[in-house]
Design a protein around this ligand. Sequence first.
Ligand code: HEM
Length: 131
Amino acid sequence: MIRKSSMKVSLIVAAALLFSAVNVWAEYIKTDVVQVMRQNVAKISEAKTAAAKDDYYTAAAAFFEIAKGMNGIKPFNPYKGEQANWDKTIDAVVAAAFRGIGACAEKDQAGVNKQIAELQALNKAGHSAHK
Ligand code: HEM
């Protein structure tokens, strides 16, 4: 009897913890988003400048910082627009950044610039839906 009820309590506590953890995880943190966005601006410019100088290592590292930053804010609930679209747009940013790294592997300057243009298009799409 005692064991059964204490198990029930444990389950309720576990469920409550899980629920609150999910809530905390998904909360929109404006300062984090703004920081990632400002980093996006800086890293896009860094990737472009570096690739123009054939410094593909620096360009690839900049693309990765974009992917990492955006992946970090993906769990947030956007204050405007649908979560599914937020997730999809951020996944597209990460994929474009990865393709940018691939272009760096090939020392392909036009390929780098193509992915930068893609990131700028995703910037517009993300802002019109969520900003
Ligand atoms: C990848 C290229 C992107 C660049 C360069 C960029 C740049 C910026 C900049 C400069 C700001 C203003 C930050 C400030 O207040 O100083 C901003 C804000 C914002 N961006 Fe982006 N962005 C990009 C992509 C995205 C995407 C894909 C999304 C959504 C999926 C997004 C969502 C937002 C939101 C919600 C804000 C408002 C933040 C707040 O004040 O709470 N951005 N972005």
